[in-house]
Design a protein around this ligand. Structure first.
Ligand SMILES: C[S@@+](CC[C@H](N)C(=O)[O-])C[C@H]1O[C@@H](n2cnc3c(N)ncnc32)[C@H](O)[C@@H]1O
Length: 401
């Protein structure tokens, strides 16, 4: 964690960049670890920093405070934040509580308890002060080949019988991994923003957000990517921004695929299907994000409802939906062959093309529609039909654990 330079430097820059707000203040560092963030607060002029950690790392933090000659200001307390007592109320809470996908194994429930008990209500603030989750659709076909197709020929041995299990594992579990931004198929969408001063545990527990993207290009949708940002905005900054000042720019720590990676990476929801898209095709639906109420914050659940579109206004029949899912699970060559026969109305699933390297696929599409990426047709030939009529939806569930 310490080695995650983007993470640690974001905290350092935010704290040292707000010296006037830390000077003479009392700070609480929740889950201090080695105490690195507490040291930044002392450097920023804090009068007292209470550094709390439940694990044995607190003993090390004490030694580090001593060897830096700041043990009079930086007071390490070993214990759970929910159980310890502080000698006074605090002006600022600093904590690095974020988990993968913001809320997985996150410590924010503990931060809420401490905020409500120890932070001065009228003048206090939290660092970070705000958190936001984002989502974007992506194409990552290699995932399917690496995790599913792979079993068809393992060093010359057929292991196709493993495929149902592989699909169960790899398409129900959310994957924490880096994705290159060039794989994204649509603009990022803000899923949810939290003001950490006021958010409640209940608000973090479950939220549902409709999503809507327009595909950037001809490609196949194979999943959705989620990431988060946290912002370090002091009360003074908020006031200045409200009063119209545009030169106030709080530090933002972003785990976006457009930025250099952090140890949080991104969270990928690979759907057990590929959805063929043309430029500007709609990608719409709803995502429900849940933190498991039993093992609070240890597990995250995602329910994704993805809309199906057709050329005509005819709903997809329930029995067709089951057939679609069955075919999709068989692998894509079968899927295209069989779906083509299944029902032309399900246009989204029936683009005929060769599956292979991107170039080949693009060429096949260009030939079929005389269509070039960017939406300009080479000749004056009819563009592919637009998918505008919603005709049903498919449901996918994922766990992050
Ligand atoms: C991600 S580490 C943060 C380390 C440190 N703040 C840094 O920036 O390097 C989280 C720390 O929180 C501590 N922790 C987790 N839950 C806690 C709780 N309820 N009370 C106190 N400490 C807790 C863990 O022991 C762990 O050392």
């Amino acid at each position: 964690m310490l080695q995650d330079r983007r993470r640690t430097l974001a905290y350092k820059n935010a704290i040292l960049g707000s010296k006037e707000e830390f000077a003479g203040k009392v700070v609480l560092d929740i889950g201090c670890g080695t105490g690195i963030l507490s040291h930044f607060c002392v450097q920023a002029g804090a009068r007292k920093v209470y550094a709390v950690d439940a694990s044995n790392i607190a003993d090390q933090a004490k030694l580090i405070a001593e060897e830096n000659g700041v043990a009079d200001k930086l007071v390490v307390i070993k214990g759970r934040i929910e159980e310890i007592e502080l000698p006074e109320q605090v002006d600022i809470i600093v904590s690095e509580w974020m988990g993968h996908c913001l809320l997985y194994e996150s410590m924010f429930d503990s931060v809420i308890v401490a905020r409500d008990k120890w932070l001065r209500k009228d003048t206090g603030f939290l660092f970070p002060s705000h958190a936001s989750m984002f989502m974007a659709p992506f194409n990552e076909e290699d995932y399917y080949h690496e995790h599913v197709d792979y079993w068809n020929d393992v060093y010359g041995v057929k292991m196709t019988s493993v495929i149902p299990l592989a699909e169960k594992c790899f398409f129900r579990e959310a994957e924490v991994a880096e994705i290159d931004a060039c794989h994204l198929l649509g603009q990022d969408l803000l899923l949810k923003s939290f003001d950490l001063m006021t958010v409640t545990g209940e608000e973090l527990r479950e939220f549902s957000v409709p999503f809507s993207f327009l595909s950037y290009q001809i490609n196949e949708l194979t999943g959705f990517c989620i990431w988060f940002d946290v912002k370090f905005e002091t009360r003074q900054m908020t006031e200045s921004i409200k009063s119209g000042r545009t030169d106030v720019r709080p530090v933002v720590l972003s785990t976006s695929p457009y930025e250099e990676p952090t140890h949080w990476m991104q969270t990928l929801l690979h759907i057990p299907a590929t959805v063929s898209l043309f430029q500007d095709d709609p990608i719409t639906g709803t995502i429900v994000v849940r933190s498991n109420p039993i093992h609070v914050n240890r597990k995250m659940l995602f329910s994704l409802s993805l809309d199906l579109y057709s050329f005509e206004e005819k709903p997809v029949k329930e029995e067709d939906k089951a057939e679609i899912m069955k075919l999709m699970k068989k692998g894509r060559q079968n899927k295209y062959a069989a779906l083509g026969k299944l029902d032309e109305r399900i246009a989204r699933w029936t683009v005929e093309m060769k599956v292979g390297k991107k170039g080949k696929k693009q060429a096949a599409l260009n030939t079929k529609y005389n269509w070039t990426p960017g939406g300009v047709s080479k000749k004056e030939i009819e563009p592919p039909p637009a998918l505008t009529t919603k005709c049903g939806s498919l449901q996918f569930d994922f766990e992050l654990e």
